[in-house]
Design a protein around this ligand. Structure first.
Ligand code: C2E
Ligand code: CA
Ligand code: CA
Ligand code: CA
Length: 280
């Protein structure tokens, strides 16, 4: 029995040790990737449901480790948040976005009106965050109207009063506010009236089964009618099929985002054909 106990113990301790060392390695690799500026951005188009035109793009970070394997943001963003590395990473990404805004948003024949950026709760809570944003906009000569900040519903709910103050400051800067993953948190629709919100992004979870799930459908309809009253733009996330796109458009969603219209990738400008011929 004694021997079995020892074996059992060593079995579990090995797993725990493995987990801890894997986590430590991820953290070290992430720290190095940030220090050496290895994390890049892929952009996903957001389209107007009526005209099917691209209106803006969402910036999503991408990390390929030393072996060239993609590490998903769902894996490393939580680690970046726990270690507060997200502050530096976030600023780095925002700087890259500003460079791209100069080319793809602020230039003539630009393909996009705005770029949206995911901002984590840790960043919002860090003193000096908005000061850094302001400085970046100034040094890069970026019009704040070219930016949207995506904040998740759950991140705002941890300290609603503080969140409200930060959101007002973001708005005062001229940056629009989108609520990400809407519907997955605990908040009620009523807080939308109190909070400065420009865009609501309905989570993919509600879009997925829209054709079969009556509750999801009713939920989206309720959000859309509420948003119309409050003059908030509604984006549906994770649109993968034409059927979903048609249903969401019929329900009154303003914008659509998903693999149907484009996976995250490089930005492209809408250059007129003549300009393309000249440069060729
Ligand atoms: P999110 O902000 O909700 O981003 C949307 C996610 O859905 C992206 O995953 C995107 O690639 C994926 N997606 C888009 N269309 C479809 C579709 O039609 N079907 C399916 N199945 N998926 C679709 P990604 O890039 O892996 O990002 C995951 C999450 O990581 C993001 O969710 C966001 O919470 C976080 N994240 C990504 N980039 C950043 C960043 O720069 N900063 C912060 N703070 N978080 C980020
Ligand atoms: Ca987002
Ligand atoms: Ca989302
Ligand atoms: Ca999400």
């Amino acid at each position: 029995a004694k021997g079995l106990g020892r074996n059992t113990f060593s079995f579990y301790s090995t797993n725990l040790e493995q987990e801890a060392s894997q986590r430590l390695k991820l953290e070290q690799d992430l720290r190095q990737a940030i220090e050496t500026d290895q994390i890049s951005i892929a952009y996903q188009p957001i389209i107007d449901a009526e005209t099917q035109e691209v209106v803006y793009a969402e910036a999503l970070c991408r990390w390929y480790d030393k072996d060239g394997h993609a590490v998903p943001p769902d894996v490393f963003i939580p680690v970046a948040e726990e270690t507060r590395l997200i502050n530096r990473l976030g600023q780095q990404l925002l700087a890259k976005v500003c460079k791209d805004i100069k080319v793809f948003v602020q230039q003539e024949n630009a393909g996009y009106r705005k770029i949206s950026v995911n901002i984590s709760a840790v960043q919002l809570e860090t003193p000096g965050f908005l000061k850094d944003v302001k400085r970046l906009l100034r040094t890069e000569s970026i019009d704040s109207e070219c930016l949207i900040f995506e904040l998740t519903e759950t991140s705002l709910m941890s300290d609603p009063d503080r969140s409200l103050k930060v959101m007002r400051k973001i708005r005062d800067l001229g940056i629009q506010i989108a609520i990400d993953d809407f519907g997955t948190g605990y908040s009620s629709l009523s807080y939308l009236k109190r909070y400065p919100v420009d865009i609501l992004k309905i989570d993919r979870e509600f879009v997925r089964d829209i054709e079969v799930d009556k509750q999801d459908k009713a939920f989206i309809k309720a959000i859309v009618s509420m948003a119309k009253v409050l003059d908030i733009t509604v984006v549906a996330e994770g649109v993968e099929t034409q059927k979903q796109a048609r249903a969401l458009t019929k329900m009154g969603c303003d914008y659509l985002q998903g693999y149907l219209f484009g996976k995250p990738g490089a930005l492209q400008n809408k250059k007129p054909a003549s300009a393309e011929n000249k440069s060729a």
